[in-house]
Design a protein around this ligand. Structure first.
Ligand code: DGT
Ligand code: MG
Length: 364
């Protein structure tokens, strides 16, 4: 029939790393709905389903205008039957029943609140949920055993669930740079994660640290952490760190960098009003520090800039299309059986045969 012969409305490449995904796009009403279903699937530990909804949302983020009719989506990749059904319902009725009932459900709300505690993953939250825990406050006077990270997470629940602004990220950057310069002059810090992609707020602040002389970065993390831990701040606070989980921890198999997850004590930018308690003169902010050798720096910047889906698709593309293996340290060519060197992100894209996508367009 005629409809099928019409050219597709949009063309979108298959892998997120092959397309530009800006921060601001035209289909937020649809992507928020699909991302809620992705989140809910992740709460149910159904990763395949979660990634499928995330991919569908990501495709809509790349479209140059807002979708009006379901037919316009013909021929687009990553839009499964379930996602299309949800999109169609929203286009026709303004909302999806499945999305709204999920949003209202006790399980979704409890899992969202409990996984919002720093140090609490889906498995722990789910176990607590089945034992009757619904809110973080339920944990205060319960028998549940909390590890150190979770205790800090619970204690600073409100702060850690308040967005970090770019200005706050920059203020923390100044102090981290001070720490790094104090223990290793000439070392360089780079803001990665969402802020590097142009986000104006985020859930944490991510920094990558390196030194142009290979080897100088060895053993740097404990020194930086120690400086932050013992420094006396301007307002007399005796540490910049409330909690840390880093150097002592064995590196994960996903990456072998020295890494520190911390809760940073950010001194209030303005004078605190008198009704504020002394203890609230600082805001708890999640800060991730990563140290990389200079020779791996380009791979580390690329790997820590995100978004998570962009990273996932970069690795998938490298493996499936190029028979290469990419991580935050290196690129291995399985056909030639050798590592490929690179000193910039541009070079890595080029080695992968990909058009360069700047960080601001990696918001997949
Ligand atoms: P946010 O913080 O919610 O505004 O968003 P992002 O994109 O900054 O996300 P975040 O902070 O969780 O992670 C930053 C990027 O770092 C993320 O896009 C992918 C990467 N990443 C996260 N965890 C790991 C890890 O364990 N290993 C490696 N290599 N990369 C990771
Ligand atoms: Mg981040």
């Amino acid at each position: 029939d005629k409809l099928r012969l019409d050219p597709p409305e949009f063309t979108v490449k298959n892998y997120a790393c092959q397309r530009r995904t800006p921060l601001k796009h035209n289909n937020t009403h649809l992507t928020h709905a699909l991302e809620l279903l992705a989140e809910s699937a992740a709460f149910g530990e159904n990763e395949g389903r979660s990634v499928a909804f995330t991919r569908a949302a990501s495709v809509l983020k790349t479209l140059p205008r807002s979708v009006q009719r379901i037919e316009e989506l013909r021929g687009l990749p990553c839009l499964g039957e379930h996602s299309l059904r949800v999109i169609k319902e929203i286009l026709e009725y303004g909302a999806s029943q499945e999305v709204e009932s999920t949003r209202q459900s006790e399980q979704y709300q409890a899992m969202k609140a409990l996984t919002g505690i720093f140090g609490v993953g889906v498995k722990t939250a789910d176990r607590w949920y089945r034992e009757g825990v619904r809110r973080p406050s339920d944990l205060m006077d319960s028998e549940q055993k909390l590890n150190q990270a979770q205790q800090a997470g619970l204690q600073h629940y409100k702060d850690l669930n308040t967005c970090v602004s770019k200005a706050e990220a920059d203020a923390i950057g100044v102090i981290v740079d001070q720490a790094v310069q104090a223990v290793l002059p000439g070392a360089q810090i780079t803001l990665t994660g969402g802020f590097r992609r142009g986000k104006e707020s985020g859930h944490d602040v991510d920094f990558l640290i390196t030194h142009p002389e290979e080897g100088k970065e060895e053993g740097l993390m404990p020194k930086v952490v120690n400086w932050l831990d013992t420094q006396v701040g301007q307002k007399g606070q005796n540490s910049y760190l409330e909690s840390k989980d880093g150097p002592a921890r064995p590196p994960s198999n996903m990456d072998r960098f020295e890494r520190c997850f911390s809760i940073f004590k950010l001194e209030s930018q303005s004078c605190s009003p008198p009704e504020r308690e002394k203890s609230h003169q600082w805001k708890a902010v999640r800060v991730d520090l990563v140290v990389s050798p200079f020779s791996q720096f380009a791979f580390a910047v690329l790997g820590w800039t995100g978004s998570k889906l962009f990273e996932r698709d970069l690795r998938r593309y490298a493996g499936q299309v190029k028979n290469m293996s990419l991580n935050s340290h290196s690129l291995f060519d399985s056909h030639q059986r050798c590592f490929l060197r690179a000193t910039s992100e541009e070079e890595i894209f080029s080695l992968l045969g990909l058009e360069y996508i700047p960080a601001c367009d990696r918001n997949a």
